[in-house]
Design a binder for this molecule. Structure first.
Ligand code: AMP
Length: 424
C-alpha cells in the first residue's frame, strides 16, 4: 500500500525509516520531509495543514493511509476533513479527530477529561479575562511554586513555573489582559506544582484496545546538567530504569485504562497515538499533559526498540483489530543525542553545510531540521539531527550516540554530552 507521512522532523525520520522496512509498504511519501527522509521514500512539497493539496495528492497517488506526525493538522481537523469527503473517507488517517485532539489542543479540556474519569493529575482551576480578579485572589491562596498554563497550543512555550506569588500575578495578568501567548492564553489553567521525575509513556489505540509502546525520558533543557532554556528536546533514552513493572502497572491501571475507557464513555473516537507526559511523585504517576501524537526526540529512541512491523500495527489501528496484532519490544537500550544549531533555542544559524554523516559508526542518523541544497545537506532548523544508538546497555548506548554525534560537523554545531548519564 502507498503511505503518506506528514511532517518534517526527527520524529518523522524515525517513522519513515521504520515504515519503509515493512513488506506492506509499496511507496512511502513524506510531506514535506527533510534532507534525510528522501532516503526512505519520496519527499513531496506539501504543507501539513493544506488539506486541499493533501487531498489532491492522496487521490492522484493512490495513497491508502495517512500517518500524521505533528499535532497541528490533527487539532485543525485533518481526520474530520477526510471523513467528510466521500472520496477520502475510506482512507484511514492515523491520529485522532478534532475532538480527541483537544486533549492536546486545550489544557482546560484535558484537565476536565482527567477529572471526569478520575485520572490522577495536579489540582487546578481555569480562568479567563472575565474572571481575572478571581484568578488573582485564587493565586494568593496557592502554594508555591505556581504553574500557569496557556490553554491552547503555544508552540511548547505556554507553561510558566512561577516561584513567587508576585511573578504569578504579573504573568496571569499578562496572559489574560495583554494576550502574552495570543489566543492560546485566553483561558489559563493554574495548577499545583508536582515534584518528581518525568516520564513519557506512549500508547497506540484503535479506540477499543491499546498497546503500550516503549517508554522514554527526554532532556528538555539546552545546557548540560539540565540547565538553561527549555528546548523542543535535546535527547532521550528508552527504556527508563525507574519505570519498572510495578510502576508501569500503576500507569496502566490508573492512567492508561481510564483514558481509553474515558474516551469510549465520552464517545470520542480515537485512532492513533496518545503520548502521556507524567510525573513520578514518590512512586505514584500523575499526568502532566496529553499529546495526541508521538514525542520528539522520544520517537527516535522508541521506534528503534519496536521489533514488530509498525505498519502492520497501524493497519490494526485503521481496521480496529489492533488486539490481534503483536507488539514485540527489544530489550536493548536506545539513546538519542540531538544535534542543534548554534544559538538554539534562541535565534539560530541556518544554511550551514553538514558533513561527517559517513563517519558515524554505530548509530542511526535521523535528520530533523535539514534540507538539500543542490545535493548538499544544509541546516534548516533549530534541531538539526537526532543520533540514536541501540545497544545492550544504557552505558554503551549513551557512549556511542554521544561519540557519533561528535563525528558530524557544521558551523555552530552544539549537542549535550550528558544525555542519559543521570541514569547510570
Ligand atoms: P507541558 O507543556 O504541559 O508539557 O509542560 C511543560 C513542562 O512544564 C513539563 O514537561 C514539566 O517539566 C513542567 N510542568 C508542567 N506542569 C507541571 C506541574 N504541574 N508540576 C511540575 N512541573 C510541571
Amino acid at each position: 500500500m502507498n503511505i503518506l507521512l506528514l511532517g518534517s522532523g526527527g520524529r518523522e525520520s524515525a517513522f519513515a525509516w521504520k515504515i519503509s522496512q515493512s513488506p506492506h509498504c509499496s511507496h512511502l511519501f513524506i510531506a514535506p520531509g527533510n534532507a534525510g527522509t528522501g532516503e526512505f521514500g519520496k519527499n513531496v512539497p506539501l504543507k501539513v495543514t493544506d488539506f486541499d493539496a493533501i487531498r489532491t495528492f492522496v487521490l492522484k497517488n493512490s495513497v491508502k493511509m495517512v500517518v500524521v506526525g505533528p499535532e497541528e493538522p490533527l487539532v485543525k481537523g485533518i481526520h474530520d476533513y477526510f471523513l467528510a469527503d466521500p472520496q477520502l473517507q475510506q482512507i484511514p488517517v492515523i491520529g485522532p479527530q478534532k475532538e480527541g485532539a483537544q486533549l492536546e489542543g486545550s489544557k482546560d479540556y484535558s484537565k476536565q477529561f482527567m477529572q471526569r474519569h478520575s485520572i490522577p493529575t495536579a489540582a487546578y482551576r481555569s480562568f479567563t479575562r472575565d474572571s481575572l480578579q478571581e484568578g488573582l485572589s485564587y493565586l494568593s491562596t496557592h502554594s508555591l511554586p505556581i504553574v500557569l498554563k496557556a490553554d491552547g497550543l503555544a508552540g511548547g512555550k505556554g507553561v510558566l513555573i512561577c516561584p513567587t506569588l508576585e511573578e504569578a500575578q504579573t504573568e496571569l495578568a499578562a496572559m489574560l489582559n495583554d494576550s502574552k501567548f495570543g489566543e492560546a492564553g485566553n483561558t489559563v489553567v493554574i495548577e499545583q506544582f508536582l515534584e518528581g521525575i518525568e516520564l513519557s509513556v506512549f500508547v497506540l489505540t484503535d479506540g477499543h484496545s491499546y498497546k503500550v509502546l516503549p517508554e522514554a525520558k527526554d532532556y528538555k533543557r539546552v545546557g548540560e546538567g539540565d540547565t538553561g532554556l527549555n528546548t523542543g528536546g535535546m535527547g532521550s533514552v528508552s527504556p527508563v530504569p525507574f519505570a519498572d513493572e510495578d510502576f508501569m502497572l500503576k500507569v496502566q491501571d490508573r492512567i492508561i485504562i481510564p483514558t481509553i475507557e474515558g474516551l469510549k464513555k465520552d464517545e470520542i473516537p480515537y485512532k492513533g497515538f496518545i503520548f502521556i507526559g507524567l510525573m513520578n511523585v514518590g512512586g505514584n504517576p500523575f499526568v502532566i499533559e496529553y499529546n495526541v501524537r508521538m514525542g520528539d526526540p522520544e520517537t527516535e529512541s522508541v521506534i528503534p526498540r519496536i521489533e514488530s512491523d509498525l505498519l502492520d500495527l497501524l493497519m490494526g489501528v485503521a481496521q480496529e483489530n489492533l488486539i490481534e496484532k503483536q507488539l514485540v519490544i527489544s530489550d536493548k537500550v536506545a539513546a538519542t543525542v540531538m544535534l542543534v544549531a548554534g544559538g538554539y533555542p534562541g535565534k539560530y544559524l541556518t544554511g550551514r553545510g553538514v558533513t561527517g554523516m559517513d563517519n558515524v559508526r554505530d548509530s542511526l542518523v535521523f535528520h530533523a531540521g535539514t534540507e538539500l541544497d543542490n545535493g548538499v545537506v544544509k541546516t534548516a532548523g533549530g534541531r538539526v539531527m537526532a543520533i540514536t544508538s541501540l545497544q545492550d546497555n544504557l552505558f554503551d548506548a549513551v557512549q556511542n550516540a554521544t561519540a557519533d554525534a561528535g563525528r558530524i560537523y557544521y558551523d555552530g554545531r552544539y549537542y549535550r554530552h550528558d544525555i542519559g548519564t543521570d541514569l547510570f
